[in-house]
Design a protein around this ligand. Structure first.
Ligand code: PEP
Length: 258
């Protein structure tokens, strides 16, 4: 399967930014800009929980989909402060970011909880965007592939081939997130290809070829075209640049060009 038949996905990760009126304003600005991507590139805004309802209403009838930034793995119960997959589905959410490095770094997220969240999301009908990536120290020690293989195996443990095809993998080198340091296009391609090869070992070649693999880490209007031109880079998970409609659109248009 060629890159051209996989689903290209550009997802904004707004992190802890935007009030509801600000969210509406940003989405209203994004919608007309990215309308031409319909059917070519899936465009997603992953927004804070408090913005989900506003985002679903603001994007209704458009080609912009809404994602959450986290989900709990239990269905309900005494988990103060958490949000379940069913709650997200009920609001109209389609995607959810799981295992972002900021969750792993600041909130004790582990591969085990990433795995549980991924399975809970899939069971509820959500499409998970599972983030993996190495620390700078791990890259310097030349263990990037070991780290990524371990994360892929653990995070997707017990996820069926059918379900993994609904899952998006985001390769996000931790040293490139919010730092302004981007992996070179060759570095991004190398690890995204390695992720696909790892999926082929766990599942099979046909399944691996069907999975959308994004790059994330300081992708912006300037570097997106080169990154997105790579064979195994099927899209991007965008932090800072997703908060500016024009920059986000430039990235979407680069993905349309392929
Ligand atoms: C992210 O939050 O997933 C991300 C890639 O952030 P940034 O684009 O700001 O590096």
């Amino acid at each position: 399967m060629k890159k051209s038949v996989r689903k290209a996905i550009i997802a904004g990760n707004w992190k802890m930014n935007k009030t509801r009126p600000e969210a509406k304003e940003l989405l209203e600005a994004i919608k007309p800009l990215v309308a031409n991507a319909d059917g070519k590139v899936e465009v997603i805004a992953c927004v804070p929980f408090t913005n989900l309802e506003t985002a679903v209403a603001a994007t209704a009838g458009s080609n912009v989909k809404v994602g959450a930034e986290n989900v709990h793995f239990e269905k309900s119960g005494a988990f103060t402060g958490e949000i379940s997959a069913d709650m997200l589905v009920e609001v109209g959410v389609e995607y959810v970011v799981i295992g972002h490095s900021e969750r792993r770094q600041y909130f004790g997220e582990t591969d085990e909880t990433v795995n549980k969240r991924t399975k809970a999301a899939l069971a509820a009908g959500l499409k998970p965007i599972v983030c993996v990536g190495e620390l700078l120290w791990e890259r310097e020690c030349d263990i990037t592939e070991e780290v990524i293989a371990r994360q892929i195996k653990l995070d997707l443990f017990d996820v069926s081939a059918e379900d993994v095809k609904k899952t998006v993998i985001a390769y996000e080198p931790v040293w490139a997130i919010g730092t302004g340091k981007t992996a070179t296009a060759d570095q991004a391609e190398e690890v995204c290809a390695f992720i696909r090869a790892t999926l082929a070992k766990i599942y099979d070649e046909e399944t691996a070829q069907a999975v959308t693999i994004q790059y994330g880490g300081s992708m912006n209007a300037k570097n997106c075209a080169e990154l997105l031109s790579k064979e195994n880079v099927d899209g991007g998970l965008i932090g800072g640049a997703s908060l500016k409609a024009a920059d986000f659109n430039t990235i979407v248009q680069a993905a349309v060009e392929g």
